[in-house]
Design a protein around this ligand. Structure first.
Ligand code: ZN
Ligand code: FE
Ligand code: FE
Ligand code: ZN
Length: 267
């Protein structure tokens, strides 16, 4: 088993278990390395509008960093990386950059969880889908993903087709949209993440779709691997399936990071 680079902690308000339990679960599953990547504080909203069940508060960020460092010391034989999952919000690049520069992260996941303030992956706001033509919604989502890639802020784009999470899929072929997006991703040099959480939600499919992943491979885009664990038992979840798809598509390695520099782990 290679590495799990997408792991949350209860500081985000919607995960459970102790950080140490995530580490123990990873060791028990035979992973070579992990990275914590909890949700960055909601820097893009005024403090009073931030939802503590979505992301850690600003004051918790140094505590998170300290806890990861403590675990790195305690488990000196087992590599634990300092990551973060950062929302990409167009127009707020400087704000997120300031946070990313404040700490020595090993890597940063770039995620899109909001479209013009709408939390499209939260089932409470599902009624908003009725207002969209789904193909246009996907175009909008992938347009923001391309902007996230081109921003140069992130090391990898997590759950690249999160827009499918709640099961809303447009009719019609997504290939042209994928191609346009993958070209920008490839030009930017950012990695994409294969994320097994898609199997646990209505989408019932790995992120990203196999068609998207194939285009990424053809364009020379590298991949990272993550479970998006919000419980210790989800660490490394469904990695056999993810690795099978990666190998079928032609990938032979996944990327790891130290101090935001790349290394490769064979699969
Ligand atoms: Zn989460
Ligand atoms: Fe996410
Ligand atoms: Fe996540
Ligand atoms: Zn996530």
């Amino acid at each position: 088993m290679p590495v799990d680079y997408h792991i949350h902690t209860k500081m985000c308000g919607h995960a459970s278990g102790e950080m140490e339990e995530y580490v123990e679960a990873a060791i028990n599953k035979g992973l070579k390395e992990i990275g914590f990547s909890d949700h960055i504080p909601m820097y893009f909203l005024p403090k009073e509008e931030r939802d503590t069940s979505i992301a850690m508060e600003e004051e918790q960020l140094p505590v998170y960093i300290e806890k990861v460092r403590e675990l790195q010391k305690k488990y000196s034989e087992f590599p634990i990386k300092m990551g973060i999952e950062a929302d990409y919000v167009p127009g707020m690049e400087q704000e997120v950059l300031a946070i990313l520069r404040s700490y020595d992260f090993d890597y940063c996941l770039g995620s899109i969880h909001f479209i013009d303030g709408w939390g499209f992956d939260q089932s409470e706001y599902i009624s908003e889908y009725d207002k969209w033509d789904l193909y246009e919604l996907y175009e909008r989502y992938f347009g923001i993903l391309a902007q996230a890639a081109a921003s140069g802020l992130f090391d990898t784009l997590s759950h690249p087709d999160l827009i499918k999470k709640l099961g809303f899929r447009p009719e019609g072929d997504l290939t042209p949209l994928y191609k346009k997006t993958v070209k920008i991703i490839a030009d930017s040099g950012v990695c994409i993440e294969i994320n097994t959480a898609g199997l646990r939600v209505p989408a019932k499919e790995l992120y990203p779709a196999a068609g998207f992943l194939k285009l990424c491979h053809a364009a020379g885009v590298n991949v990272t691997l993550g479970s998006d664990a919000h419980k210790p038992e989800q660490v490394g979840a469904n990695f056999a399936e993810a690795l099978t798809l990666l190998k079928d598509v032609g990938f032979t390695k996944v990327v790891t990071f130290t101090g935001r520099g790349r290394n490769y782990c064979p699969i």
